[in-house]
Ligand binder design. Structure first.
Ligand SMILES: [Zn+2]
Length: 315
């Protein structure tokens, strides 16, 4: 059973907005575009594995969570956590293509691509061990003792893996059913429902917003205006009851919502009426007031700040 379904990571969504609104001549543009590609590939791998797990009959008595952060002594951001009657399984998903070498002393992951590009990553085992320790600490604090297993999963067969020495299991996506089957055949019977409730009630959510601050980018360089989802251009015009794209004639009543969400992810979690007029490219303060009035606010008159966090589903 999926308890916490797949959702794109906040950083991916924020980078999508940032790359769309950053001029391609900006000094950080290429770096951020590359970072976005890596994040999207990571999310894609996690989504694929979540879909595969959902199909597994043997997991019908298990609880599956995507992207788990719990209060613990060490930082954690678990890609996938599965509570089974035999123990907890933590999966670290690595959607990396090319040739990868797991080096053991010191522990590093080195990837080379067909074009000869070499890139060094944090060894996933280091992250995974940390998450397993953090999970143990969390369970101890709730008087729960059960085995914790961890595996590094490569979702697709687009990678050639070389490993030095022993360590935590590295498995391919197709091997997951067998890996889980072996663990579950130990015939232990922990109360999975109770543990799932505790984990669900203690989940933490963080995000790196606003990204302009995170990446030290002046928010004034961002492309302003409302984005047309149909043709991908900025500059939709506000008509009386809708937004209108002059380039493709697409109309959308709620087109401003994604622009406000972009402002939240990139610039800040509150917005004044003046900032709204500037960012959405609207002249009339009465029109922006109507747009903003659904949001909670603080302050008075022109100092009124509208809270944008609710637009983002508290991610
Ligand atoms: Zn358009």
């Amino acid at each position: 059973m999926i308890v916490k379904p797949f959702a794109p990571s906040p950083l991916t969504l924020g980078l999508q907005a940032l790359v769309a609104r950053l001029p391609s001549t900006h000094s950080q543009y290429l770096k951020l575009q590359k970072e976005l590609k890596n994040k999207e590939a990571g999310d894609f791998g996690e989504q694929y594995i979540m879909n595969e797990l959902q199909k597994l009959q043997q997991l019908s008595d298990c609880h599956i969570f995507h992207n788990v952060m719990l209060p613990a002594i060490l930082p954690m951001q678990i890609d996938i956590l599965i509570i089974t009657p035999s123990g907890i399984i933590i999966l670290e998903i690595k959607n990396i293509r090319g040739t990868v070498h797991f080096k053991s002393d010191p522990r590093q992951l080195i990837r080379s691509t067909e074009t000869g590009e070499v890139h060094t990553f944090t060894h996933p085992e280091i992250q995974l061990e940390q998450y397993m320790q953090a999970t143990k600490h969390f369970l101890d604090a709730h008087d729960i003792t059960m085995p914790i297993y961890g595996a590094i999963v490569f979702p697709f067969n687009n990678v050639d893996i070389h490993r030095e020495g022993e360590g935590l299991p590295i498995i391919m996506g197709k091997e997951l059913p067998l890996y889980i089957h072996k663990l579950k055949s130990q015939k232990l019977y922990f109360a999975t429902n109770d543990i799932a409730h505790i984990i669900l009630s203690q989940l933490r959510h963080t995000n790196p917003f606003p990204l302009c601050q995170y990446y030290h980018i002046e928010s004034s360089v961002l492309q302003k205006g409302v984005y047309c989802e149909n043709c991908g251009q900025f500059g939709m015009q506000k008509l009386k009851a809708t937004w209108f794209c002059q380039k493709c004639e697409h109309q959308c009543k709620e087109a401003h919502v994604s622009a406000l969400r972009d402002f939240y992810m990139l610039v800040g979690n509150t917005m004044t009426n003046r900032e709204c007029r500037d960012f959405l490219k609207i002249e009339s303060p009465h029109v922006t007031k109507r747009i903003l009035q659904k949001l909670t606010r603080s302050g008075l008159g022109k100092h009124t700040k509208y809270n944008l966090a609710s637009l983002n589903g508290n991610r």
